[in-house]
Ligand binder design. Structure first.
Ligand SMILES: *Cc1c(COP(=O)(O)O)cnc(C)c1O
Length: 390
């Protein structure tokens, strides 16, 4: 990858050590120009005509998502966020009293809360598959817990609070043996490393635009495999999801877009599509190897600092690096680093409460370097953390 080129495409990274692509990344110029250009066009000719000029591009977006994710264009639905995509998918899974849903200790806050609410409302059970010694989902435990009452297995590819990579493919294979659906939260991996829906074997996948894909906020997508669509029950269907064919009749769409809405931010959607294409052009393998390089430098640098503790799990953690500095609350570390033009965030326990409870996690400082962060900038960030320990 040409570091100079991708950095030139990201003007802000010149004087900002940006380590928050797991939160909300910096867009490349093409994304920013696409969004602002369309907003300007809407102001010139009105939103309907402006969208009309981009009909082909909007349609092409399904292909852009599909080629990056290894699925069919008809299996892609664009939504307003990953949470919206995930909740929409869950909502469409028919669940009756006695049904079981399995989650992992990496489960994300939003997902967990809605599942617990659904449990209380419906009388299903929500059970946590324990983690193995190395922090990953325990596949043997999963296999023991699976039976024909398990309707859904919810997996998180990489949690929001660390670089752990879960064994999705193996878990999906096991879940399918009892006929359970597999819903994958791939928020932290799409745009960071290759994510191939076919290879992973999941039925449903949610992803966000604003993180590793570097798209605008308010964008997300849902992948629904064609084979599972008949098993789902879309609700809150509007007149793009279904066609009003006669006064007393309607016809539902038969592809993933049955989960979409008529109204959406066209500028943001076009920005997301530009971001998908930008990632494709750089190549996901190349992106993954740069991200792995920065994360390895960060971990090695931080591990060498006395008073700094790393918290990531798994044998080969990815691009999210979490740590604490002895005697300094995470929020204080974040603010002190920001004063030195180093951007990190804090991952609080309740965004991953199962893992946080099991490991008694405090607030963690989360540093996530994308490919546009130079190795020198990683060294700068480590040096700034070092200063804080003194
Ligand atoms: C950020 C995140 C989400 C939510 O993404 P939104 O786009 O804010 O809805 C879901 N799951 C994980 C693991 C995340 O890190």
């Amino acid at each position: 990858m040409e570091l100079n080129r991708v950095r030139a495409d990201t003007p802000a990274c010149e004087d900002l050590v940006f380590l928050d692509s797991a939160g909300s990344s910096l867009p490349p110029s093409v994304v920013l120009d696409t969004v602002t250009g369309h907003l300007r066009r809407e102001a010139e000719i009105g939103g309907y005509r402006a969208a009309g000029e981009r009909t082909d591009d909007l349609e092409r977006g399904y292909h852009s998502a599909a080629r990056l994710l290894g699925c069919r264009p008809t299996e892609v639905a664009f939504l307003g966020s990953a949470a919206q995509a995930w909740l929409t998918a869950l909502d469409a899974v028919p669940l009756v009293p006695g049904d079981r849903v399995l989650i992992s200790e990496a489960e994300y806050g939003t997902n967990a809360v809605e599942l617990l609410r659904r449990r209380d409302e419906t009388g299903i059970s929500v059970e946590t598959v324990p983690s193995a010694e190395d922090g990953r989902l325990d596949l043997a435990a999963l296999r023991r817990m699976l039976d024909e009452r398990v309707r859904l297995v919810s997996l998180v590819h990489m949690p929001t609070n660390g670089g752990l990579v879960n064994p999705v493919r193996e878990a999906a294979l096991a879940a399918h043996q009892v006929g359970a659906l597999v819903l994958l939260d791939a928020c932290q991996t799409v745009g960071q490393r290759p994510v191939d829906v076919d290879a992973l074997g999941v039925d449903l996948l949610s992803a966000t635009g604003r993180k590793w894909l570097r798209a605008p906020r308010g964008t997300g997508l849902l992948v629904v495999r064609e084979e599972v669509l008949p098993r789902l029950r879309p609700r809150l269907v509007d007149h793009t999801a279904a066609q009003w064919t006669a006064p007393g009749r309607y016809r539902m769409r038969t592809d993933a877009r049955v989960f979409e809405r008529f109204e959406f931010g066209v500028a943001n959607r076009l920005g997301l599509i530009a971001a998908l294409d930008y990632a494709w052009d750089l190549g996901m393998e190349a992106i993954a190897s740069e991200v792995a390089d920065r994360a390895a430098r960060l971990r090695a640098g931080l591990a060498a600092l006395p008073g700094v503790r790393l918290w990531d799990l798994g044998p080969d953690p990815g691009g999210i690096v979490t740590f604490t500095v002895e005697g300094r609350p995470a929020g204080q570390v974040r603010d002190a680093l920001w004063d030195q033009r180093v951007a990190v965030t804090v991952s609080p326990p309740n965004s991953t409460l199962l893992d946080a409870t099991r490991r008694s996690l405090p607030d963690l400082v989360r540093a996530s370097a994308h490919y546009f962060v130079s190795p020198d900038q990683v060294a700068t960030a480590v040096a700034e953390v070092d200063r804080l320990t003194r």
